[in-house]
Design a protein around this ligand. Structure first.
Ligand code: NAP
Length: 489
């Protein structure tokens, strides 16, 4: 079997210690890492191989202690190496090449991982190309590159980055990662939709009233204020995670489970998203800041960066015409959750009386809980025993933890890193997907910068956002739901 060398740029950083090395270790522990795989970390900090191994071991114990196994680590650690170098300097790549040659003199496959700040992505890809390290052939083995998010900060910069990366790597070599897609529940959306025959006939405008997607965080900006204040909630959450969830819910079935077949269908959804023009931006979007945001250290005085947004989108195609997709995300909300709710239409006629508070509207709904309690909830109406023909909604649920046991859900990076090693790009974002997502975000930002912008609303920390977000749905006689069971209203 060919050697495989994984090169992590930014190896002294947080992501490497917290997620990447634990994910490689877990794959090794489970016997899934290909034989003869070595990992070389590169950054400017002056580690040796041994001190890097020690730092990674400490990281494992700190961030992934439940997976730590001293004996397995003893077997794994010799595959970790470190090469100090400044990735903006061509000589760093000569040093790296020498290091790789000393580890795997007979050559082999290479997987490069850009786990650095985004401003280094273009330089890294360019210098890998210029040093000949991106060229692949039958003899050399594959050359692949994983690029962390965020990929660009708007359409123009994402296109520019794509062009730069493509000068060194062909598209099939490029793996743009959004770890959300590595989550079991996100992948399970595909299985749920396309491995079951009973839901797909209902999955359209004839039976679905609307869709809601909520991705909420309980924390404020904290130490990320410097980054966040320049990015805002649309770049941080919508452009990547939330639009990815929307595409999986709205896409047509691919003809097979294969990267391009799948991504073509996702691209169709993104292409069909109705753009929000300047004059519509106040009708279809809400933006808000939590109280006190402007006093957070690192946030600009009078910052106009939203920490919360709610959108109403339409997918203009045969399946979804007229079905609103309501999306919301924010910081400092009462619960940390990512959930999708498919709200089915009401029965054409209500024959029975509802028990208690429920008015009988919109009983049938399916909620997909992406995190934290990964699973599904299905709400339907049943008869209340011994109360004549009174009825009430009941909730039927499935949770991974209960069905498959605690610890059944692996870290998203485990799956994604293995897929990249195996050449399966299904769960990575293609260049056209990224660009279409930015296009939508750009047109909302343009609307928010125009004279038609909705006012910047304000909300108290630990509430579910501004009143304007409630009004966005109330105008359509709907309201936000917590289908995955949050009680924290
Ligand atoms: N942390 C997370 O949980 C997380 C989650 C999702 C995505 N991401 C993304 O992953 C990327 C890395 O995040 P992170 O949190 O690990 O960042 P970080 O802790 O700031 O690490 C950045 C790394 O880049 C290295 N670096 C900086 N300048 C360099 C240069 N000129 N040459 C070589 N190395 C250089 C730094 O090491 P030296 O100073 O030693 O050179 C450090 O190892 C970011 O793009 C982030 O958006 C992170």
């Amino acid at each position: 079997m060919k050697n495989t060398v994984i090169v992590i740029f930014g190896a002294s950083g947080d992501l490497t210690a917290r997620k990447l090395v634990p994910a490689f270790f877990n794959n090794f522990r489970k016997g899934r890492l290909p034989a003869n795989t070595n990992i070389v970390g590169i950054a400017r900090s002056p580690f040796t191989d041994d001190s890097f191994r020690e730092k990674m071991r400490e990281g494992m114990q700190q961030f992934a202690s439940k997976d730590f196994n001293a004996e397995k680590w003893r077997q794994f650690a010799p595959a970790l190496f470190y090469q100090p170098g400044d990735m903006t300097k061509p000589e760093a790549y000569l040093g790296l090449e020498e290091k790789i040659a000393s580890i795997a003199p007979e050559g082999g496959n290479r997987l490069y991982y850009l786990s650095t700040a985004p401003e280094f992505y273009a330089t890294g890809a360019t210098l890998l190309g210029e040093s000949g390290m991106s060229q692949e052939s039958e003899n050399t083995g594959f050359r692949r590159i994983i690029i962390e998010k965020p990929f660009g900060r708007d359409l123009a910069s994402a296109m520019e980055l794509n062009r730069t990366v493509h000068r060194s790597f062909r598209e099939h070599q490029v793996y743009r990662i959004d770890h959300y897609l590595g989550k079991e529940t996100v992948q399970n959306i595909l299985v749920f939709r396309f491995a079951n025959a009973i839901f797909e006939p209902l999955w359209n405008r004839n039976y679905i009233d609307h869709v809601q997607i909520t991705v909420s965080e309980t924390v404020g900006v904290g130490h990320r204020a410097g980054y966040y204040d320049k990015a805002g909630v649309l770049r941080d959450m919508f452009q990547n995670h939330i639009l990815q969830l929307l595409t999986l819910i709205a896409m047509e079935p691919p003809h097979k489970y294969e990267a391009d077949a799948l991504r073509n269908k996702k691209v169709e959804v993104l292409s069909a998203l109705r753009p929000i023009g300047e004059k519509e931006v106040a009708e279809y979007t809400v933006r808000a800041q939590y109280e006190g945001y402007m006093h957070e250290p690192g946030v600009e005085q009078f910052s106009a960066t939203p920490t919360y947004a709610a959108l109403k989108l339409f997918v203009d195609n045969w399946r979804w015409q007229g079905v609103p997709f309501y999306l919301r995300s924010g910081k400092f909300l009462p619960d940390k959750t990512s959930e999708i709710t498919i709200q089915f239409r009401q029965p054409p006629q209500q024959l029975f009386h509802f028990n208690g508070e429920h008015d009988g509207s919109f009983t049938n709904r399916l909620s997909i809980c992406v995190q934290p309690h990964e699973g599904f909830h299905l709400l339907f109406t049943t008869k209340v025993p011994d109360k004549g023909m009174q009825v009430q909604p009941v909730d039927m649920d499935f949770h991974y933890q209960e069905s498959f046991g605690e610890g059944a859900i692996p870290e998203a990076y485990e799956r994604l890193l293995l897929d990249a090693l195996n050449g399966d790009a299904s769960l990575f974002t293609r260049s056209d997907e990224i660009e279409l997502a930015w296009k939508l975000v750009d047109c909302i930002h343009a609307g928010w910068a125009s004279k038609f912008a909705p006012p910047m609303a304000s909300y108290k920390p630990n509430t579910w956002g501004p009143k304007a977000a409630e009004v966005l749905l109330a105008r359509d006689d709907k309201h936000w739901v917590h289908g995955c069971g949050s009680q924290k209203e």
